[in-house]
Structures are given as C-alpha cells and as structure tokens.
Write a protein that binds this ligand. Structure first.
Ligand code: X8Z
Ligand code: ZN
Length: 614
C-alpha cells in the first residue's frame, strides 16, 4: 500500500485497501464476491456485501498502512517491495469491490447503502487494470516514484550534497539570484528519470479507470464530489474567477517589488515572475519573501521563526503548542502513542519521505504525524495543518469504515489550516510567544504576510490537476508534459521557468504530489473552505474583532461546532456537512475575499500607474 493512502486521510484507502481474499495474483481478478452472484440482487444482498467488505477493508487498511509507514520511514528496496505488494493487494481488492458495487446500480437499495456503494465505486486514486501483471507493475511504479522523490538530493557546484529540506531553507532565505537559480535547477535534476515511470503509470491508471467505466483517470478523480464531474470542474473555475482579481493585484505588486530587489532586467515588468524568486521551491506560497514586499510602516514587528527560537521552542514543543490549540477547543489530548510513534525530525542515517503527512493506522487511536520539522513559523503552520488531519481522523473514527473520511478531500486539508488562521498576534501573546499585540496600523502587514501564503497559493492549487487532467485525458502527450506544465504555470500563476528547460526535464515530477500520486484540487478547495470555516467559527465564538484578528482559541462553542462537522466523516454529501458549519451548501470565495478586502484596496492604490498582467 503506498503512502498516498495514508498521506493525510483514509480517503484513498477506503476503496484502495479492500481485502483481496483470493490472494491469487496470477489470474485475472474475479470481480464477483460470493454475495454478488445472483441475477436478482436485493437490498439484503447489498447489506451483506457491504458488511463483508467492511470487515476486509478494516484488516487491509491496517496491513497496508503499516507497510506504507515503514516504507516511508525507512526507504529501502525491501520496504518498497513490501509496500508495493500491500498496495497491489489492496488496489486489486478495491477494483474488485468497485466492480461488485456497480452490480447494485439498478437495485433498489437504501440511501445509506447507495452512498456506501458509490464510495466503493469512486474512491480509488490509482485504479489498476484487471490483470495481475499490470496491477503489480502499477504498484511497483508507485513505490519507485515515491522512493525516488524521498531519496532526492542535489550536489552543489561546490560539492555539497543537499537534501530537499536544506534546499527549501535556502530558497526561503537566500536573496542571491544565482544561488537561488542553482537550488531551483538542482532540485529538478531528480525528476527526469521519473518520466518513463510516470508515463506508464498514467497509461495503467487510465486503463484501470476505464475498466471501472470512467473515460479516464482525471474524470474519475473529478467524480468524487457529490456532483457530476463536469460541474465540479466548472465549480473550480467559478471559485478561481472570484479570487483572480485579488491575485492579479498581489502579483502585480510583488513583481514590482522584486523588480526593485533584483533589477527589472531580471524581473521584467511585463512578463511572468521567474519561479525561483518567490521564496519557495515551487513558487506555491510566497510568505518567505515577506521582507522584500513588506508595506512600509505597517510591519507587525515580529517574526514567528525568531520568536520560536527566542522562546526555546524545539520540534516537540512546536507540536505540543499546536496540540494545545485543539485541546483549548475541547478536543482530547493526543494519545501517548502519538508521541512515541510519530516522526518529528529528519533522521541522519536513513532515507525517509520528509513531505509532511498525518496517519491513522488503525482507525482507533493510533494516529501519528511524519515530518522533518524545521523550526520556522512556516513549519509551525504545517504542524497545525497535520494535526488537523489527526483530530479529524479521531472525530470520525466511530463511523462505519466507508465514512471514515472527510466530507470531501478539501475538508481534510482545510481543518488544520482553519485553526492556523486563529494563530493571530492576540493568540501568540496569550501563549507567550510575543510580548505585545501590534496595533491596527499594522494590519496591512499582517494581511500581506497571509496573502503571500494563501492568495499566492490558489492558482498553484488549481493548475497542478489542470495539468494532470490533461495528461490523463490524452490532451497532453508525453513529449509535451513539461511545456504544458509551464504553459499552465504561466497562465494561472504568472510564473515562468527562469531558464529554458532541457528536453528531458520533467518539472512536475519535482513536486511531491505528482510522483506521490496525490490529487491536488483538494488544496485549492481547502484554501477557499478554510476562510469560510474560520468566519463561521468566529461568528459562533462571538468575535467582534476584524476577521483577520479573530482567534477562536479557548472557545468551546466553536470547538463543539467544528466537532459536529468533523464527526460526520463522509456519511453525508459534503454539502450537508458544509451547511452544518457555514449555513451554506455551496463553496464560496467571498469569505477569503472579505478577509483580504483592506489589503486589496491598499494593493489597488499601490498598483496605480503600474503595468499589471502577465
Ligand atoms: O502537502 C501538503 C501537506 C500535507 S497534506 C503538507 N500541502 C500542500 C503542499 O505542500 O504542496 C499543504 C499545502 C499544499
Ligand atoms: Zn494535508
């Protein structure tokens, strides 16, 4: 079972880790479990099928998670082989159960049974063809891609071998154009070798999706949102349309400031921004260049990274701090095993997948995170993000296994971020990380920092799967993988490759979720949703501050409302869960737009007379 299962959710695992009861890997899968053989199926048959399947899922989830955990914490050929074998077993089972579930399509079953059957049909992320040689190949490719990413390093011109963590830190802090360029190009040397594997994975995944009745794998991914796949794609466009004017103004302002820092020859003012200058390896969030673009006289005057150091926060203290926010809302403390079994720091002596993830091994209490924590403000937010996954997992653990998941995959990504939106100056003062709360005159600075994190991310959150959907539909062919990637980067983000890319370059492969096979639209959704959740929770908590200064810390009413949504898991269409907290069944970007309204006004004024657009 590959780590995508447990990256953060059991979403993928629900259907991907069903039990392969035959254990026969040499023949075509028999898609018909014993309880699904008769011609005239009934609701009773569905009940039995769902009950039998649930038992097997529980068992395989546990086995698969353990194999994936060990592999991600100790990347060797052996652990990859074991993880691939578990992945193959559960994927084959997932396909078999999806096929079996489809046999109930025309049977009169209850609403609850229908929902469970649909979940079985839809939730495999990387479905295998019904051919055991191909399912083995697919599982091996997944494990290999994961380990290539996890083991990736770059040796500098000066002969120093750097991990992604080290390179990420340089991207965040260096202001030397050439050094940044070396890091940017260097990390992308890990991915050309992935390309043949990726091509094959797309072929096999498509064949698997087609076997389950979908036009291609992208269409299958889009069908997971309690609405028709095409409508979901339109929904993303609609939400992006709401945010784009703000993004465009942020982009314009940032480009002009970078032009001042690096020179307009390096940052032409009518072109996309070179991707290595935005403080992040993928130019996906720009908070690390806050110092370069900070509004004059509106700087809040503290830096969380520095405050963590000044207050002797080590990695564990950072995690305890984030846990403390959740417990202040009324959630139970994390179990002792969380502290014993999680990975918090990068081991010196072995390869691990450092990309942060949260795990739920047994759907009971064995929750963990796996992170190579760096002691920065950015990582402090990531810890809140990961714990959001864990607290969600624990909240829905009493649901049937089918529903042990978030309402849609964006929800899972949004919860910890929602909490992190409450990490305001007021809160930081309360926990002793800063001494005084900056006054209102510093709000533009606070909002700028947040916009660099959140608004800058949104087009990136959208384009990754725009690219994959085109790959899976065949619109983009392997010769064009990289050029199509950069076309989308330019179109959505207004960011460009700083140098011409080699014909062998496979830059999408240098982003974790591409070799990891993790769908990405979830993060786009999460960035919209978290502002709606934050607004709703602030209202419940009786907040009277401007929304960007609201913290729900210690508010049990807000915690209870949040928990009501979380404990539903995926038992109801996401729209119902959404309504429980926000009062609406539709996602909407007005919460994020309203949050940043003062900054947007400020940006428009600053941009007057500037040439915007890319
Ligand atoms: O992958 C993650 C989390 C784990 S689910 C750390 N995120 C995306 C990324 O890093 O690309 C969180 C924000 C976007
Ligand atoms: Zn996550």
């Amino acid at each position: 079972m590959k780590s995508t299962f447990k990256l953060t959710t059991v979403a993928i695992l629900v259907a991907a880790s069903l039990s392969a009861c035959t254990g026969d890997n040499t023949t075509k899968n028999d898609v018909t479990p014993a309880s699904v053989t008769s011609q005239a199926l009934t609701a009773q048959d569905a009940e039995k099928f769902l009950a039998d399947t649930a038992k097997e899922m529980v068992q395989l989830n546990l086995e698969g998670s353990r194999a994936a955990w060990i592999n991600s914490n100790f990347i060797t050929e052996d652990t990859s082989a074991l993880a691939a074998a578990a992945d193959q077993k559960s994927t084959e089972a997932g396909v078999r159960f999806a096929m079996a579930a489809a046999k109930f399509d025309n049977v009169n079953v209850s609403e609850d049974q229908r929902r469970k059957l649909n979940i079985l049909k839809q939730s495999l992320v990387m479905p295998a063809p019904q051919d055991s040689a191909k399912s083995a190949e697919l599982a091996n490719i997944g494990a290999e891609l994961n380990s290539m990413y996890g083991k990736g390093t770059y040796t500098t011109k000066a002969g120093e071998t750097l991990s992604l963590g080290k390179m990420t830190a340089k991207m965040a802090t260096s202001r030397d154009y050439d050094e940044l360029l070396e890091m940017w190009k260097g990390w992308r040397t890990i991915s050309p070798d992935m390309k043949p594997l990726y091509i094959r994975q797309a072929e096999l995944g498509n064949e698997g999706a087609q076997g389950l009745g979908y036009p291609d794998l992208g269409a299958m991914w889009r069908s997971n949102y309690d609405m028709p796949a095409d409508e979901f794609a339109k929904e993303l466009d609609r939400l992006w349309g709401q945010v784009k004017p703000l993004y465009d103004d942020l982009h314009c302002y940032v480009r002009s400031e970078l032009g001042e820092t690096y020179g307009e020859d390096k940052v032409p003012q009518d072109q996309p921004i070179p991707a290595h200058l935005l403080g992040n390896m993928w130019a996906q969030s720009w908070g690390n260049i806050y110092d370069l673009v900070a509004p004059e006289n509106a700087d809040p005057g503290y830096d969380v990274t520095q405050q963590l150091a000044a207050n002797n926060y080590d990695e564990i203290k950072m995690v305890k701090g984030a846990e403390g926010f959740f417990t202040s809302l009324g959630f139970d403390a994390l179990p002792e095993t969380f502290w014993q079994r999680s990975l918090f720091t990068k081991p010196a002596d072995r390869d691990v997948v450092c990309h942060a993830s949260a795990w739920d091994l047994d759907a009971k209490d064995d929750i963990r995170i796996k992170m190579c924590i760096q002691k920065t403000g950015e990582e402090f937010s990531v810890i809140h993000h990961e714990l959001g996954h864990n607290f969600y997992q624990r909240a829905y653990k009493n649901q049937p296994v089918y529903y042990q998941n978030s309402a849609n995959d964006g929800f899972h990504e949004a919860i910890g971020d929602t909490i992190a939106l409450s990490v305001t100056p007021k809160y930081l003062k309360e926990i002793g990380l800063i001494d005084s709360i900056p006054d209102e005159s510093k709000d533009i600075g606070l909002l700028m920092k947040m916009a660099l994190e959140k608004i800058a991310f949104i087009p990136f959150g959208l384009m990754v799967d725009q690219w994959r959907w085109k790959v899976y539909s065949g619109e983009v062919t392997p010769e064009n993988y990289n050029t199509a990637w950069w076309e989308l980067r330019e179109k959505y983000q207004g960011v460009s490759a700083p140098v011409d890319r080699d014909v062998n370059a496979f830059d999408p492969g240098a982003k974790y979720h591409v070799p990891g096979g993790v769908p990405y639209s979830r993060y786009f959704l999460a960035h919209i949703q978290q502002f709606e959740f934050h607004r709703a929770l602030c209202e419940i908590s009786g907040n009277t501050d401007p929304i960007h200064r609201c913290s729900i810390y210690n508010n049990k009413d807000a915690g209870a409302a949040l928990n009501t949504m979380l404990e539903m898991g995926s038992s109801k269409p996401w729209q119902e869960a959404y309504k429980v907290l926000t009062g609406s069944e539709q996602m909407d970007a007005t919460a994020i737009i309203d949050y940043f309204a003062p900054l947007h006004t400020w940006l428009k004024e600053k941009n007057q007379g500037k040439q915007c657009g890319f």
